[in-house]
Design a protein around this ligand. Structure first.
Ligand SMILES: [Zn+2]
Length: 260
C-alpha cells in the first residue's frame, strides 16, 4: 500500500495544477513556472551574445525607454493576463533579422532588422501586442504540454528532475506556435490596442510591411502564417469600433534614427 499511495498523490497534484485555457488547451505548467522558464531562457539569451547580439541599454537609453513605454502602454490598459506576475520586459537584438519573439512569462525581444522595415509606431505596437499575447495566453507552455507529453512533465511539476526544466527552457527557442495560437495572438493584439492611442489594426500593417520585401521574413518561421490574417485583424478592429488611425510619428522616427 505504501508504494501505491504515492502515484495517486502525484496524480491529484497534477490535476490540481493542470489548467485549461479558454480554447481548451491543457497546460500542465503553473503561471509561476511560465515565469521561471522565461527567466531561464532570458538568461540563456544573454549568455549567448554570438547568437543574440543584444543592444546595450546603457548605450541606447532613449531607444529602450521609448520601446518599454510602448509595452507598458499596452500592458497597462487592463486586458493583458498575468500583468501582475510577468515582467513584460523588452530587449532589442541588434541583427538584420525580420523577427520578434516572446518567452513564457513575458520576456519580449525585437530585432533591429524588423524595426527597420516598419512604417509607423502602430505597426510596432501591433507586433509587440502580438508577442505580449503569446506570453499572456501561455502559448509556449501549451505547446510544450503537447510536445513533451503529460508523463514527462510530471517530473517538472513535482520538481523531481531539476535538470529537465533547463532542458525544456533550451528547447523553447526553437518552438513553433500553432496557427490557432497565431490567430489568437492577432485577435488579442486588436483587443489590447483598442484601449490605447495606437491603431488597433497595427498588426495588419506590420504584416503588410514585412511582406513587402523579396525574401520571406524570419517571422513566419517561428510564427506560422494563418490565411487571411490581415483581413481578420481589420475586421475585428471594425467590429469592435476601435480606432485605426495612427497619430504623430515624430517620436517613432526619432527612435528608428537612434538605432544603429
Ligand atoms: Zn506569433
Amino acid at each position: 500500500m505504501k508504494y501505491l499511495r504515492k502515484p495517486i498523490l502525484l496524480l491529484s497534484f497534477i490535476l490540481t495544477f493542470a489548467t485549461c485555457s479558454e480554447d481548451g488547451d491543457l497546460n500542465v505548467f503553473s503561471v509561476e513556472q511560465d515565469l521561471e522558464l522565461g527567466r531561464q531562457t532570458n538568461q540563456e539569451i544573454r549568455n549567448t551574445p554570438s547568437d543574440y547580439p543584444i543592444l546595450d541599454t546603457e548605450d541606447y537609453p532613449e531607444a529602450y525607454s521609448y520601446l518599454q513605454r510602448m509595452v507598458n502602454d499596452i500592458v497597462q490598459q487592463g486586458d493583458v493576463a498575468h500583468a501582475d506576475v510577468f515582467p513584460y520586459e523588452v530587449t532589442i537584438i541588434n541583427q538584420d533579422v525580420q523577427n520578434a519573439f516572446a518567452t513564457p512569462g513575458g520576456y519580449l525581444y525585437v530585432y533591429t532588422g524588423l524595426i527597420d522595415v516598419l512604417d509607423n509606431e502602430s505597426e510596432l505596437a501591433g507586433v509587440l501586442a502580438h508577442e505580449i499575447a503569446h506570453s499572456a495566453e501561455r502559448h509556449s507552455t501549451n505547446q510544450l504540454t503537447k510536445q513533451y507529453g503529460f508523463s514527462t512533465l510530471v517530473s517538472v511539476i513535482t520538481g523531481g528532475d531539476p535538470g529537465l526544466l533547463s532542458q525544456i527552457a533550451g528547447s523553447l527557442l526553437s518552438l513553433r506556435f500553432s496557427r490557432s495560437d497565431e490567430a489568437e495572438a492577432d485577435d488579442r493584439s486588436v483587443d489590447y490596442l483598442c484601449n490605447t492611442r495606437y491603431a488597433a489594426n497595427g498588426a495588419a500593417g506590420f504584416f503588410e510591411s514585412i511582406q513587402d520585401g523579396s525574401s520571406p521574413p524570419e517571422f513566419f518561421s517561428s510564427h506560422p502564417n494563418p490565411d487571411n490574417r490581415v483581413a481578420d485583424i481589420n475586421a475585428r478592429a471594425q467590429e469592435q469600433n476601435c480606432s485605426t488611425t495612427t497619430g504623430d510619428q515624430t517620436a517613432f522616427q526619432q527612435f528608428k534614427a537612434d538605432l544603429p
